[in-house]
Design a protein around this ligand. Structure first.
Ligand code: SF4
Length: 343
């Protein structure tokens, strides 16, 4: 059976017409789906019982259920959510004052194989539907009981390997009939799939783009991010130039500082050259210590040096404090732990 979230507005109207229902029912059904987050047809109390039963005969409500939750001392909460077919994904809620940021996944697992990532080590299970991406955000909203103010698609998966569902989820998150989050507060983070960066540049909404760079030295980047080896840094540089020309928006480069790998003087020189003269913001991420990982975080002093040197060429850089350092906040860690426990 099809998930009711996965049909278009037009298809819903036809189903309702077939069932002899007035048009305004579509609005009511969509409110339950996208604003109230109904987990059963019985929740839809303003629909006639006969309609609820007829919908339940034809559709499922998909939905995500919580398999595990961890809470960090800094207030972040990390969730392992089970999808209808048993696949699982992780997402994180990060409160700061009145704001609540959510990091959500676009795929169960990931095929990009980044060397420093627990998810990458386990491979791709499948891509998510737009509704499954959206529902992670709803789950976090409901758990915190507060409005979500920003979303970053930076959890498991490569969003641009699941472009259409990612875009549909962003549009729903942005829509006043969805969560009504401003487009600039909706960020897609990609490893750098160039054809999709160019496609994204032409989308009418002002969504934000982040690119995982992690090194501006080809050899190091190939080692860290084998999934994007076929696109050179030069290709990426040109594509980002085109992106900025088309959108006029400033992209973010994500750079996880790894001691002795991409935090050397030579690496810093290349990063400065990559960014010099371009519209860019660099997010320097202090890695979490992952048990058994061969990669260690850089020192704070090294991160400070990166900020200083980038600043000298007019590129703003910030060091992002890793949230939830006391929980399994690196992507893939919680899933690995729960699956180890249950196997
Ligand atoms: S870092 Fe992101 S893109 Fe890379 S393997 Fe992990 S989930 Fe995939």
């Amino acid at each position: 059976m099809k998930d009711l979230h996965d049909i278009t507005h037009g298809e819903l109207l036809s189903v309702l017409e077939e069932l002899g229902q007035p048009k305004f029912r579509a609005k009511q059904v969509e409110e339950w789906l996208w604003e109230r987050g109904a987990s059963s047809f019985d929740d839809m109390t303003n629909l006639p019982k006969t309609l609820r039963a007829a919908l339940a005969e034809r559709f499922t409500l998909g939905g995500v259920s919580q398999a595990a939750r961890q809470q960090s001392a800094d207030g972040s909460r990390k969730y392992l959510l089970r999808l209808a077919d048993g696949a699982s994904v992780e997402c994180v809620g990060m409160p700061t004052g009145q704001r609540l940021a959510v990091c959500a996944s676009t795929q169960a697992g990931c095929g990009m194989g980044c060397a420093f990532c627990a998810t990458g080590a386990s491979g791709l299970t499948r891509s998510l539907t737009a509704a499954e991406i959206y529902e992670q955000v709803m789950h976090v909203r409901d758990d915190f009981g507060t409005r979500v103010t920003s979303v970053v698609l930076m959890g498991q998966g490569e969003p641009f390997a699941n472009y259409d569902a990612t875009l549909a989820a962003l549009r729903r998150l942005n829509s006043p009939d969805g969560l009504g989050i401003g487009a600039r507060h909706l960020t897609v983070s990609t490893c750098g799939i160039i054809p999709q960066i160019l496609r994204f540049a032409k989308e009418p909404e002002q969504f934000t783009l982040a690119v995982s760079l992690h090194s501006a030295v080809q050899k190091t980047r190939n080692l860290l991010m084998p999934g994007v080896k076929k696109w050179s840094l030069l290709n990426l540089y040109d594509a980002m130039g085109t992106y900025v020309d088309i959108t006029g928006r400033r992209p973010t480069y994500e750079y996880a500082l790894i001691r002795g790998v991409n935090d050397t003087d030579e690496e810093l020189d290349h990063l400065v050259e990559f960014c010099r003269g371009n519209l860019a913001h660099v997010n320097l991420i202090q890695l979490n210590e992952v048990p058994g990982s061969k990669f260690q975080p850089s020192s704070e002093a090294r991160a400070g040096e990166f900020v200083r040197r980038l600043g000298q060429v007019g590129v703003e850089a910030t060091v992002r404090q890793s949230r939830g350092a006391d929980i399994d906040a690196a992507c893939g860690q919680l899933r690995q732990r729960v699956e180890r426990r249950s196997s």
